[in-house]
Design a protein around this ligand. Structure first.
Ligand code: ZDP
Length: 294
């Protein structure tokens, strides 16, 4: 059976979105996701995201396969795209075979409660087209990341690690998925394709890790480059931007409200002091719709 899809991106972190509201199991296998994400032999994407029925009182469930077929718990840029996709589906704006519209998303403020592998995440579509996401509370204990860089019930903040014949000082944060953050003088000088995979597969990270390099421009503005677990170099990473600001606050380099500039654009991150919750605000854009033939 042909499967309808829509392609969205958040700051160039791009996803194939599938309307999976009729079934609680993804209609595409991880192996098919690998083929669909291929930029030469497929549609091309950093991952495939499914809008599934809600559970435990939530409106929807999100699942995602990375471009290597692995399944992360959460995806920050992806959930903004999912919120726009759901609004577009609910408003029938992308109900094929209507021609694609230039305008994307809904005009009203709409909130969705979305069940994910990292708990319930709440998205808000703002009238200015941005999507604000309540990303929940970051987890810092080594066992929660998971990492062996600190004792299981301790935090890995500013700890040494040997990677690619070099000693680095890193801070580990879980946004549901694992992140390893390093502050550097100059992000453009980091050999991401070389060191990224060596962090990802380092034995200190039993579930592998996403790896972020951060250059502090001001205490409220940083530049970031990311090597994603299961996807490699991407133009942006929402959970990574949140984790970077948490790490920056923990090591005294960032304000609680900090803008993160990624190769694909800027995300506004805020780590609320009282609730401990993280809010991420950024764009999500539909680029086309299509149909996967048999
Ligand atoms: O944790 C992982 O395996 C990531 N590759 C998931 C995707 C993260 C994402 N880039 C984000 O924005 O949080 C979608």
């Amino acid at each position: 059976m042909p499967i309808e899809f829509a392609k969205y991106h958040g700051l160039g972190n791009d996803f194939i979105l599938i309307d999976n509201r009729h079934s609680s199991e993804p209609v595409i296998t991880p192996e098919q996701a690998v083929d669909l994400c291929d930029r030469h032999f497929g549609i091309g994407a950093d991952g495939v995201i499914f809008a599934l029925p809600g559970q435990n009182g939530t409106d929807y469930t999100m699942r995602i396969f990375n471009s290597d077929g692995s399944e992360p718990e959460m995806c920050g840029n992806g959930i903004r795209c999912l919120a726009k996709f759901i609004a577009d589906l609910e408003s029938k704006e992308i109900d094929p075979p209507q021609p694609p519209l230039a305008k994307g998303g809904s005009e009203s403020n709409t909130e969705y409660r979305i069940h994910t592998g990292a708990g319930v995440i709440i998205t808000e579509l703002r009238s200015d087209g941005q999507v604000k996401v309540d990303m929940g509370v970051p987890r810092l204990l080594a066992a929660e990341i998971p990492t062996t860089l600190a004792a299981a019930d301790a935090k890995a903040i500013d700890v040494p690690i040997e990677v690619a014949d070099k000693s680095w000082s890193v801070t580990c944060v879980s946004m549901g998925n694992p992140h390893c953050i390093t502050f550097v003088e100059d992000v453009s000088a980091v050999a991401l394709e070389t060191v990224g995979p060596q962090f990802e597969h380092n034995k200190a990270f039993p579930q592998r890790t996403n790896t972020e390099f951060i250059q502090v421009i001001r205490s409220d503005y940083v530049k970031m480059r990311v090597w994603e677990r299961g996807a490699g170099v991407t133009l942006a990473c929402g959970t990574g931007a949140c984790a970077a600001v948490v790490a920056g606050v923990l090591v005294g380099k960032c304000d609680r409200a900090t803008a993160v500039e990624l190769p694909g654009g800027v995300l506004e991150i805020e780590w609320a002091e009282v609730s401990g919750r993280i809010y991420m605000t950024g764009p999500a854009q539909r680029v086309f719709t299509g149909c996967i033939s048999d």
